[in-house]
Design a protein around this ligand. Sequence first.
Ligand SMILES: [Zn+2]
Length: 189
Amino acid sequence: MEQRHRWYIRGGMAAVLVVGASIASGASQRAHVHGVGHINIVVEGKQATVEFLAPAEGLYGFEHQARTKAEQEKRDAALARLQEKISTMVVFEADRGCQFTTKKIAVEEDMEDEHEHGKGTEKTQKKSGEHSEVHAEFTVTCEKPLAGSQVRFGVAKIFPTIKTVHVQALSDARQTGVEVQGNKGSLRL
Ligand SMILES: [Zn+2]
């Protein structure tokens, strides 16, 4: 279960809330915390890009490279489920008529050199493959402009161990963010 990793938090958590620049720079400011995912939404008129990031542990239970056939199957099933269920995880208003297209689904090894321990500044050497993240990007194409519409979230319905999701959204109308706990939380674009 790798419970011990739950408490590893990298620096820069607060910076994530500054939005703007961090939507563009993405990975550099995120903390790798088991049970916590990130969704970034960038809206342009009737189109949006949805980025989903989460520790691999929350999607298929491990973060080392899949070594056995069973592990490969577990990983591939989880990635397929992500692709299939993204519209349940990020829910646009039905009357906008939105369709998701997958741009990218990848498992990325955590490239940070060190982790800060949650309770202090103790640094630990990174072991290769110790942590990895699933990074997916989707293009959303809608029949009506998205600005002003509401987005709801259901990540924990699909991946129950991802209990918290930090969401940031940037649209023509506004820039906003919300912390979703157990599928409770929404935002207006
Ligand atoms: Zn991890």
